[in-house]
Design a protein around this ligand. Structure first.
Ligand code: GSH
Length: 194
């Protein structure tokens, strides 16, 4: 049965899952939730927190991008070619920083979209945290390795989203080089935010 993903075209949390599915050649039906700032629960399917992505695998719903990726690896790619199921602490730390940056981006983007003053100092700290997170990833760039993995898909999804929304200056040359190389993969353009 074809997998379905409740997502949006610009969602970076959705894109890392889409990149994994496209890398695996796994067909996917995309269900667009629309404006994620809206509070019409019906758009988000079964997710009680009104967030995307949610994977629908037959009757089973899976929340959380990394849990979705793990479900996909366990059920569609037992060889785990993209190292989704790793327990390596360095990779998990990098994932935590990537997820933290991405979650902070969501808060900034949705604050602006719903009319909050993003000049408030709470949002200033958020922008600073994104910058420090990027610098940390730059220092630890070796964790991304030489070949495409789910961690690289995660980086590409974050990088293109940051570039799209222009939230902070992107000053990390090694991260840029890794993201540029991954963007050249044949399946990367399909999910790029436009
Ligand atoms: N931890 C979640 C984060 C999901 C998330 O924040 N998604 C954003 C879109 S990229 C969203 O739906 N935000 C709506 C909201 O926060 O109200 C995951 O990894 O799936």
């Amino acid at each position: 049965m074809t997998l379905r993903l409740i997502c949006t075209p610009r969602s970076h949390f959705s894109r890392k899952v889409r990149l994994l599915l496209d890398a695996l050649g796994e067909p996917i039906e995309l269900l667009d939730a629309g404006n994620v700032a809206d509070d019409d629960a019906r758009a988000f399917g079964p997710h009680p927190l009104m967030k995307v992505p949610t994977l629908l695998d037959g009757a089973r719903a899976v929340f959380e991008s990394d849990h979705i990726a793990a479900h996909v690896a366990r059920t569609r790619d037992p060889a785990d070619r993209f190292e989704v199921l790793t327990t390596d602490a360095d990779v998990l730390n990098a994932r935590a920083v990537l997820n933290g940056i991405m979650a902070t981006e969501v808060e900034l983007v949705l604050a602006a979209r719903t009319g909050l003053d993003t000049g408030h100092r709470r949002f200033g700290k958020m922008r600073a945290a994104i910058g420090q997170g990027l610098d940390w990833l730059e220092t630890h760039h070796a964790v991304f390795g030489e070949r495409p993995t789910y961690l690289g898909f995660h980086l590409l999804a974050m990088w293109d989203h940051l570039a799209f929304y222009d939230l902070v200056p992107l000053r990390q040359p090694r991260l840029r080089a890794i993201a540029t190389a991954l963007a050249a993969l044949p399946y990367a353009a399909r999910s790029k935010p436009v």
